[in-house]
Each structure stands twice: as structure tokens, then as C-alpha cells.
Write a protein that binds this ligand. Structure first.
Ligand code: ADP
Ligand code: MG
Length: 246
């Protein structure tokens, strides 16, 4: 579904990605993990064509994304920071995004899907409220709905559960797993490791511009003899620290 081949990206003197290779298979949930500033959002934005890599190639659905925008019609994206005009009401925002995507195949059922998601995430009472009046958590629910309301083959979520209340988190996870069962591919970043343990087939752990670990959460936990992913990752990072301070 997504192939990232030897991507390099610098911002001025700061090299963020130093030869990153990723192969994401269709129907899988992949979690990109790593410390703050390790390049998770940059990698995601490279896949979306929002950041241009200095080197390397990215293929989505077998097509090189260089000078090609149509592949994005098939992606549902939740950005880490979403900004929309603050005076729009929630329902106006939903309508605006549907209008922008109305000629795409993924849009055909979006109205029905949107109203189901509005009920699921209990956003009904906010539909006529302007975005500026919403709490952070309600905004995030709106962003989750926007990312899920089109029938996309690939979902990309950059820290989706930030600010979500526990019920919404559970419903978000259930929805993602249902989408996976339909054969959809999900690429996400998060710092909530229980979420990764529950959902991800594979982890890509970025550190210092490179992939430090790639494999299933279970493999990492077995390898580090840890009962939770949090402990396994802490152990991996402690070992890294020891090697680098010796
Ligand atoms: P993460 O999502 O893992 O927290 P990011 O990919 O957002 O990390 O950022 C990686 C590094 O690149 C950070 O040091 C960040 O400040 C820097 N960076 C990201 N985008 C830009 C940009 N447009 N211009 C300059 N520096 C950037
Ligand atoms: Mg980020």
C-alpha cells in the first residue's frame, strides 16, 4: 500500500530523516513511534506530499507520488494540528469538506457515514456551534469524524487520541479495527502505548532520523522480556542510552 524508499529530509541544518525505508502492507495497522521531534509528523507529511523529501521515493498504491496528487483522494487524514476558519459551525465544516471532495469516489456515502460518526462520538449538540467555541476534545472528535467520513483505503492519523475522553477513545479504536477488518490500511502516531498494544500489527520506532526498531509489539515485548509495550520500549531506550554513554 505504501512504500517509502530511502527518504532523506533536512530543514536547514537539521537533518530529520536520514534514509528511512518503510513498507506498509494493505490491511495493517502501523504505529509510528518515537520521541518528540523524531520526525514522525515529517514522515507522515512526506507520504501525503505536504513535505517534499530531499532524496528518495514514495509509492502509494504502487504509484510514485512525485508530481501526482490524485492518490490523496483515497486518504483520510487527521493532522496533528488541524486549522479551519473559526467562525464555521461544525455542520458547515463537514459540508465544506464534503463539497471539496464531492467528485471523488470516496465521497459517495459520506453524508450517511458522517451522521453515523456524529452520533457515535456524540457531537450532535455541537453541530450548530462555531469551531471557536469548542473544547479541545470536541475539536478532536470533529477531526476524527472528518478523517473517517470518506470511504478511504488509507487512513493517516497523527496523534488522534489527544484530548479524547475515554468513551471516545474506545469508540475510535473500535472504528479503526472495523475499518481494518474491511481491508483498510491505517498509519498512526501516538504516545499512548496501550493503544498501540491493542491495535498495531507493526511498530516503526523512529530515533535520530532513522528506524530504530521495526516489528510487531509482541515481538518487541518478547525480545525485551517485558509484559507491557511501555516497559519494552523503556528497556530498549535504556539499552540505547547505556551503549551511547559507554
Ligand atoms: P515529531 O512529529 O516526531 O514530534 P516532527 O516531524 O514534527 O517530529 O519534527 C521533527 C523535527 O523537524 C523537529 O525538530 C521540528 O522542529 C523540525 N521541523 C518540522 N517541520 C519543520 C519545518 N517546516 N521547518 C523547520 N523545522 C521543522
Ligand atoms: Mg508530530
Amino acid at each position: 500500500m505504501v512504500e517509502v524508499k530511502n527518504i532523506e529530509k533536512s530543514f536547514g541544518k537539521l537533518t530529520v530523516l536520514k534514509g528511512v525505508n518503510v513498507h506498509i502492507l494493505k490491511g495493517k495497522v502501523i504505529a509510528i513511534l518515537g520521541p518528540n521531534g523524531s520526525g514522525k509528523t515529517t514522515l507522515i507529511k512526506c507520504i501525503l506530499g505536504l513535505v517534499l523529501p530531499d532524496k528518495g521515493d514514495i509509492l502509494v498504491g504502487g504509484e510514485n507520488i512525485k508530481n501526482n496528487w490524485t492518490y490523496r483522494n483515497n486518504i483520510g487524514y487527521l493532522p496533528q494540528i488541524a486549522r479551519f476558519p473559526e467562525n464555521l459551525s461544525v455542520s458547515e465544516l463537514f459540508r465544506m469538506i464534503r463539497d471539496l471532495r464531492k467528485n471523488q469516489n470516496t465521497c459517495s456515502n459520506s453524508e450517511k457515514c458522517c451522521s453515523e460518526l456524529v452520533s457515535l462520538f456524540q457531537v450532535q449538540t455541537f453541530l450548530n456551534k462555531p469551531l471557536r467555541s469548542l473544547s479541545g476534545g470536541t475539536r478532536q472528535k470533529v477531526n476524527v469524524i472528518l478523517a473517517l467520513m470518506f470511504n478511504s483505503d488509507l487512513y493517516i492519523f497523527d496523534e488522534p487520541t489527544v484530548g479524547l475522553d475515554p468513551i471516545s477513545c474506545v469508540r475510535y479504536k473500535e472504528t479503526i479495527l472495523k475499518e481494518k477488518q474491511k481491508g483498510k490500511t491505517i498509519l498512526l502516531t501516538t504516545h499512548i502505548l496501550s493503544e498501540v498494544e491493542e491495535m498495531a500489527d507493526e511498530i516503526i520506532f523512529l530515533m535520530e532520523g532513522q528506524i530504530y526498531y521495526q516489528g510487531s509489539p509482541k515481538e518487541l515485548m518478547a525480545n525485551k522480556k517485558a509484559h507491557t509495550l511501555e516497559k519494552a520500549i523503556a528497556k530498549m531506550l535504556e539499552e540505547h542510552e547505556q551503549i551511547h554513554t559507554c
